[in-house]
Design a protein around this ligand. Structure first.
Ligand SMILES: Cc1cc2nc3c(=O)[nH]c(=O)nc-3n(C[C@H](O)[C@H](O)[C@H](O)COP(=O)(O)O)c2cc1C
Length: 215
């Protein structure tokens, strides 16, 4: 077997406090908070490197990132959002708050990032029983990206009120890909201290006891 390159586990690379601070200060950023400041390509690449360092089933790295700067394409995605959000408004018609929620920053952000799952035609180690593990891997990459962006003081918004087929058509993406996430990225003037949906009273924060079971 090939020699594994290893480093001693004497010292952790960052302190738990630093990592927790980063995680706790990560926010989903909507359109009203993005600033006009452009992002250097070198920084954008570092953020994408973080995504590309994520764990993946069978080390398949089944992700692709499409950086969308084109205004016309973004406008088309925005129109798709508006269409789908009209349907969502009907679903939440008894919630007076819903229509006032700002749920995307497609046009206001510096760029959009379509995050794709690339289906494999070959068997993937570890994915033989649980087919969705490829898509789960892509979500791990998204979380890495989101956290690294925060480390650069850059905000990310996740826009999911979009149909897979429509977005793929707008961006000219082939059949072998599935849209996992449509993100917006940009510098922000401020980061909210807690989730907006918590502040607005849409949801409450679950305690650890509510989400952990010991069996
Ligand atoms: C899978 C996923 C989909 C989401 N889709 C949307 C969305 O369509 N619009 C939106 O405004 N926020 C969206 N969000 C952001 C969540 O609302 C947000 O993460 C949550 O309210 C907690 O806030 P925080 O991320 O600032 O901690 C999404 C988040 C995830 C993980």
């Amino acid at each position: 077997m090939a020699d594994l390159r290893i480093s001693e586990a004497k010292e952790a690379p960052v302190t738990p406090e630093t990592l927790m601070r980063l995680m706790a200060s990560r926010r989903d950023v909507r359109g009203n908070r993005f600033s006009d400041r452009p992002i250097d390509d070198a920084i954008l690449r570092q953020i994408l490197e973080a995504a590309n360092a994520a764990p993946s089933v069978g080390f398949s790295q089944p992700w692709q990132f499409v950086i969308v700067k084109d205004a016309a394409k973004r406008e088309a995605v925005y129109r798709e959002f508006v269409h789908e959000n009209e349907k969502a408004k009907k679903i939440f018609r008894t919630h007076a708050l819903y229509p006032s929620l700002k749920l995307e920053g497609i046009r206001e952000s510096y760029a959009n990032i379509a995050v794709l799952y690339q289906k494999s035609s070959n068997a993937v180690l570890g994915q033989t029983t649980r087919k969705k593990t490829g898509e789960y891997s892509v979500v791990c990459a998204i979380q890495n990206l989101w956290l690294m962006a925060r480390a650069y003081n850059i905000g990310i918004g996740w826009v999911s009120i979009l149909r897979n087929k429509k977005v793929k058509k707008i961006l000219g993406i082939g059949e072998e890909y599935k849209l996992v996430a449509y993100l917006t990225i940009g510098y922000v003037n401020e980061f909210a201290e807690e989730p907006e949906l918590l502040t607005l009273g849409w949801e409450t924060k679950k305690s650890l006891d509510e989400v952990v079971r010991w069996v």
